[in-house]
Design a protein around this ligand. Sequence first.
Ligand code: BGC
Length: 434
Amino acid sequence: MAFNEEQFKEIMAEFTIDTERLQGIAASFRQDLQLGLRDVSLSSMRMLKSYVGLPSGNEKGEYLALDFGGTNVRVSKIRLDGGGKYEILKRVGRPLIVPGEYDYICKDATAEQMFGFIAELIDEAIDGDHDTKYYLGHTFSFPSTQDNIYNARLIIWTKEFATQGVEGKVANDLLVEALKRRGAENVVPVAVLNDTVAVLLSAAYKTPDTFIGSIYATGHNTCYLEPSIHDANCFGSGGMILNLECGNFMKLMPNRFDREYDEGSEKPGEQRFEKMVSGRYMGELLGMAIAELLGEKGKRYALTSVDMSMMILDDTENLQRATDILMAKVGRELELDDVKKVIKLASAIVVRSARLAAASFVAIVWQRAGHGKIVRQHVAVDGSVYEKMPLAKENIVKAMAELLGDDAAQVDTILDNGGSGLGAAIAAAMVKAD
Ligand code: BGC
């Protein structure tokens, strides 16, 4: 069965955002940001305080960094040498879920099991040494409220995590308890931060003029340095970094696929922007569109963003790779013309995602500039979608140019690979140096 041409065009249009609409989205994002600065309850974003500003770049010492925010948990031992230099001395990592073996992120898993697993990994990173004192920076990449650098309390799980007994709790307390159960009390968590904040710290440590940090991966979120916020409990300089939790930005128009996906998701009504932008959801949206084209509306295929990337990059004769992926995931051998259409759709979903991310970056650049000039600056981004997804980076650049016009030359995006780990070590150093 060949796809219906009209239906295909209509779906493509659903996933297309022209410059005018994008301008509207950027303006609405900025307005939401301004509302939130005035009174956070007026914004759809959570705009969470991080209790850190920028590092000096001269932070030094050896720290542990725990990076917990996606399905892979990583622990690194990092030596900061100051002058923007550092060395990763050791790095271990393990997934929180191995299908058929274990799953620490499902509804049946408990906080004890999850943090026990993480403590075990930390123990591996320190080779079971229970004597030396290690200060640990913890990148905990879920919306959390805190009133100091240590006590981030999980508001709500995102990215389809569902482990019991963590929402409402202080993540570091759960970690400390788990470390205690392992006899590793010599590991002392001293700072907790969102991954976007970690990326900003990491990039700013190495590259001056970086004020915005973002994650574009399984999840999506952005933070920036807000110069007007000062607090006695805040480490670093230049004001305070605000974790926008812009995955929750809601003042935009989701299409019917976005709405339908949201209704059936772990947390309906939450993280609407993230569900349109991040890697966790792109494959799901594509799958829903394919189901409709195949007359199987409502059916879910397990398409992932990695599948999308492989299909978009398919350079085999007759798109054999994409055909095979679709055969495996959709359970049908599609005609060549339909495979081409699926690739167009996949591309449109990626381009939309990149344009939305770009609109949010530009909104923050505008906000920081106020009535003044847009200064030369970098937006630091980390994450698999930014790094590896075809079309993502180039469409961010393109969309930023559309929105910023002549000022586009002032702003670029830079990849800060592995910033989540390095930023955690820097935060720990900022605390210990104080
Ligand atoms: C979380 C954010 C996080 C982002 C990227 C989102 O789901 O709410 O806290 O920064 O994912 O990991």
